[in-house]
Design a protein around this ligand. Structure first.
Ligand code: SF4
Ligand code: SF4
Length: 347
């Protein structure tokens, strides 16, 4: 373990960015934080709240020409400053794309990407005109500090007094810091400070979800009226929730043939279970009603994902409810079902 001053950390990232593609949180001209390629450490905005689009797009692009990947896609990159929940989301995507069926396109980008995680010292909360984004990663066991032991390269923690604790987790991570003399050996007090901050970060959450027994409860209450009420009165099937969710993995593939019929491309792009035609197969649509599509989102993230991958499909980032035009919140739907169960209204 090492420590480094904030200035030296940023200078180190600056040096990395002179020879590699470094993607880091930066403020755009609307005052929103987005992940973007940086050229100068002065662009980095470390003290950010959850971004609208997660860094999953750098490993699983929104649209990808799988016949001829762009240079930008195949070049190696470093993602700097990804929050713990988003790193957990990548580990969830790994189970889909690198599990029983290995997706070579994802595998290539994942392999070529070094990931530097930034732990959060408090819950993410941000006020938007119609909603307050509130992270609940502590409930989903995916933050605010990293719980993973592998799948990333470096973990950094702001331990106060302009100092950062640095922990490497891979050969790639060790190589990244090896050439720099800016990293000093961490002392016991630095490690104790991390433990202290981790505890205080955990109690900073105002949004919570009780997950004990939740997958089983949701699996047996598929007919609960909350799905129909919410779908009929508020869901627009706009697909925003699935576009911003860092664990959503569905895609479609389309072939584009040039007008001269001499060249063709094959693209894959993010698809959404909230889209009307998503469930259209052969001569029917197995999920045509809006209620069925909304219920799929909620029960997949909080229930059936466990059967499929052994973990929740929700990391508690808070994006889907923030960027839903009517602020449909899957935790509120789950809580309504939990409440009815506690009150004995459902068995
Ligand atoms: S379901 Fe919503 S809160 Fe959970 S990980 Fe996806 S976007 Fe984040
Ligand atoms: S973002 Fe909201 S309105 Fe749009 S599909 Fe998702 S739940 Fe429905």
């Amino acid at each position: 373990m090492f420590v480094i001053s904030k200035n030296d950390l940023l200078n180190w990232v600056h040096d990395l960015a002179s020879s590699k593609n470094v993607l880091a949180p930066v403020l755009n001209n609307r005052g929103e934080t987005i992940f973007e390629k940086i050229h100068d450490h002065k662009q980095i905005h470390l003290n950010y709240q959850t971004t609208m689009v997660s860094p999953r797009k750098f490993i699983y692009p929104t649209r990808q020409d799988i016949k001829q990947p762009s240079l930008n896609e195949i070049q190696g990159k470093i993602i700097f400053g990804i929050h713990a929940c988003d790193m957990h989301a990548l580990s969830v995507l790994d189970k889909t794309f690198l599990g029983e069926f290995k997706d070579s396109y994802y595998a290539e980008l994942r392999e070529k990407t070094a990931i530097i995680v930034l732990n959060c010292n408090k819950a993410c909360e941000k006020k938007y005109p119609n909603f307050i984004l509130k992270g609940f990663c502590a409930s989903m066991d995916s933050g605010p500090f990293l719980k993973l032991k592998k799948g990333y390269d470096i973990e950094i923690t702001d331990i106060g007094k302009q100092q950062y604790l640095i922990e490497t987790a891979s050969k790639k991570g060790r190589e990244l810091i090896a050439k720099s003399k800016k990293f000093k050996k961490a002392l016991k007090k630095d490690i104790s400070q991390k433990i202290k901050l981790k505890k205080s970060a955990l109690v900073s959450f105002t949004k919570k979800l009780e997950t004990k027994g939740l997958p089983e409860l949701l699996a047996k209450t598929l007919d609960h009226p909350v799905y129909k009420q919410t779908a009929d009165s508020r869901c627009l099937s706009c697909t925003n929730c699935t576009m911003v969710c860092p664990t959503c993995f569905c895609y479609n593939i389309e072939d584009n043939i040039a007008y001269d019929l001499k060249t063709a491309g094959r693209n894959r792009y993010w698809d959404s279970c909230q889209e009307l035609n998503f469930g259209k197969v052969h001569d029917g649509n197995f999920r045509e009603p809006r209620l069925a599509r909304l219920r799929q989102f909620v029960t997949h993230k909080l229930s059936t994902w466990l059967e499929q991958y052994g973990c929740f499909g929700c990391v508690g980032c808070g994006r889907c409810m923030t960027w839903c035009p009517t602020n449909i919140d899957l935790t509120e739907m789950a809580k309504e079902i939990q409440k009815d169960f506690k009150e004995g209204k459902i068995k």
